[in-house]
Design a protein around this ligand. Sequence first.
Ligand code: FE2
Length: 277
Amino acid sequence: MKESYKRDGVLVLENFSSPEECDRLINQMKEIVSDFHATQKPTVFSTKDQKHAKDQYFFDSAGKISFFFEEDSFDAEGNLIVPQSQAINKVGHAMHDLDPVFKEYSHQHGFEAIVKGLGQEDPRIIQSMYIFKQARIGGEVGFHQDATYLWTEPNTVIGLWVALQDATLENGCLWGITGGHNGPMRERFLRMSDGSTQKVKLSDLPYEEDKKVPLEVKRGTLIVLHGAFPHMSLANRSAMTRHAYSIHVVDGIAEYPMNNWLQRPEDMPASGFVQVG
Ligand code: FE2
């Protein structure tokens, strides 16, 4: 496992979670969404508009369970044109600490064993995301490397992405460039001192997009992503949703810079794996 991760930058582990475990997370997220009453105008997860308010909502989500919406789910006036339960792009970034079901799942020994096996000495779960990839409106996520957003010195971030539903070519499975983690980091996403964010280019080398391969997987499959592994997903125009849950883990012995967008609240530092349940 170690060798193929080192070579490819990605691991695909089938049957990591049972259908029952997947359903437990899906149902818990259903509860979370139905309990959620928008107290403010929803923050669309895109690069357009309301930059400052959006940035603040995004920063605050580091220690919360926050909701990010699909762009195509609003009309020009900002009114929802699909039911709220189908309009959410993702929920993040701290349900692994704040929600009992997600906490228990995220802190499972299997995740800890994997990241330690891949070289982390003091693993810290830095964020969690529930990704909906909604039927018909689930947007494309372009090529990126996760370390762009979760920078450490040296690069230690590992993404653990679990398909809660089958991920297919039709519903927007992940795609990646095998071995592409050996290339340079292309960008870094910075939190500026004035409260804005900025993407800084680090390398002009384009991704070898013609080499991308689909990571079509059955539900319950865990995909382990090296922080420099280039990956993307196409839009979902099918009638099926493609729910996934991911956590990102960094090594506590690496430096975690203050200008990463994600800064955990002082009273809620990123924890290591703890026994839950
Ligand atoms: Fe990613």
